[in-house]
Design a protein. Structure first.
Length: 128
């Protein structure tokens, strides 16, 4: 009986954790609300701008690089970053939105122009 209770508790905890890390519809749609009028879409690609932002602020050792991938978040390459932005509430964390863990963890919010570049990258379809 104890094994069943422990297994049930583990399953319930895992499910709650997975739900907690997913997209949250209570926050604004940051990408949809982004003002991309000053962003040159052709230049605002992962390779040209987003990778530098993520490498400098997120994909660091002990955070969201390939080796660490804290909370299953790896932002060190295009495929992983795109998949993470599509399935997790990364924009909410970057914006320090309600109910989201503010990122970078323990640091100041990114500059508005960097956040806007990320928002517009998402809004415009994650160009590589």
């Amino acid at each position: 009986m104890a094994k069943l209770s422990v297994a049930s508790l583990f399953l319930a905890s895992t499910l709650l954790l997975a739900i907690g890390c997913g997209k949250d519809d209570t926050n604004p749609d940051y990408a949809a609300n982004a003002d991309c009028s000053a962003i040159v879409t052709a230049d605002n690609t992962y390779t040209n701008s987003i990778k530098t932002i993520l490498d400098t602020n997120c994909a660091l050792s002990g955070c969201h690089n390939a080796a660490t991938a804290t909370n299953g978040v790896n932002l060190s390459d295009y495929a992983s970053a795109k998949q993470t932005f599509e399935t997790k509430d990364v924009l909410c964390a970057v914006h320090h939105g309600s109910g989201c863990p503010p990122m970078p963890k323990g640091g100041a919010q990114l500059a508005n122009n960097l956040i806007n570049q990320i928002d517009c990258w998402v809004k415009n379809g994650y160009a590589e």
